[in-house]
Design a binder for this molecule. Structure first.
Ligand SMILES: C[S@@+](CC[C@H](N)C(=O)[O-])C[C@H]1O[C@@H](n2cnc3c(N)ncnc32)[C@H](O)[C@@H]1O
Length: 266
């Protein structure tokens, strides 16, 4: 299997700026783990700054908990945490555990990895009998903010630099496909989607939100031309504030759909 291409580096402080909103989906995923589940081996794939791996270690203190990420800046934040989690650098597309795993947890990370048709059955194949794969991914198509970014990216002197991003395949499949990929190994599959309506505050909050995650490839493609980058961001700032006007309270509401799945082997 081919590894996913290296993405641009992450900025942990920028990503964690919306910690409460980004955390909400991870917590909604965790509460759907089976009642009475007592995992002894846990892997958090694409663990980012390590908040959830640390939480899992506090919840199941006897378990061996691992956090995997390919970004060194994110892992530096993980390693400063007090919890006894084994932090590892690696790519989820080529990752293979040493033994069977009771819980594979991946929050807001697998949509950055390629070839889900191969990845999901492969991950399910690493589970112990009764083991659980718990995944949350932002839905990347059909949202207003993705459309605004695509429109601005395609219309301006930056467009030739960004056209590859528009053509890049989106890894996420239709929700039904995840059921079909996992059902040969997993007898219990819980699959749902939720659209959060994040209430954001501060200056240009949607632009700031996107710069922490989804816009990183655009910023990387323009990084060597600060004028072009500034022009792109300024046009995007204006387009986002037209598309998402501030409410009377001053807050900006960001509709954000996410797909969840909890699949149990056996
Ligand atoms: C949006 S952050 C989510 C972090 C964390 N799971 C959370 O919920 O806060 C995505 C993380 O996935 C990591 N990531 C993306 N693709 C990856 C891959 N192929 N292998 C390992 N880590 C990956 C990134 O480095 C980043 O830290």
């Amino acid at each position: 299997m081919t590894a996913a291409p290296e993405g641009p580096p992450w900025d942990p402080a920028r990503y964690d700026r919306f910690e409460a909103e980004r955390d909400r989906a991870a917590l909604d995923l965790l509460v759907r783990l089976p009642a009475g589940f007592e995992p002894r081996t846990i892997h958090d794939l694409g663990c980012g700054t390590g908040r959830h791996a640390a939480l899992l270690k506090r919840r199941w203190s006897e378990a061996q908990v691992h956090g995997l990420d390919r970004d060194l800046a994110m892992l530096d934040v993980c390693r400063a945490r007090p919890e006894a989690v084994m932090w590892e650098q690696g790519d989820v597309s080529t990752w293979a555990p040493e033994g069977r795993v009771d819980l594979i947890f991946a929050n807001a990370s697998l949509h950055w990895a390629a070839d889900h048709a191969a990845l999901f059955p492969r991950l399910a194949g690493f589970l112990s009998e009764g083991g659980v794969l718990a995944v949350q991914m932002p839905i990347q198509s059909g949202t207003r903010h993705h459309q605004v970014v695509a429109d601005v990216a395609a219309d301006g002197p930056w467009a030739p630099r960004l056209s590859n991003l528009a053509r890049a395949p989106r890894p996420m499949l239709a929700p039904e496909a995840y059921h079909d990929l996992l059902s040969p190994a997993c007898g219990e599959i819980d699959l749902w989607s939720t659209t959060y309506l994040h209430v954001l505050h501060g200056a240009d909050p949607i632009l700031q939100w996107l710069m922490g995650a989804g816009l990183r490839p655009h910023l990387a493609a323009l990084a060597d031309d600060p004028d072009l980058s500034r022009g792109f961001l300024s046009r995007l700032r204006a387009a986002l504030s037209d598309a998402f006007p501030a409410r009377a309270s001053g807050a900006v509401l960001l509709p954000f759909p996410r797909l969840f799945l909890v699949a149990r082997r056996g």
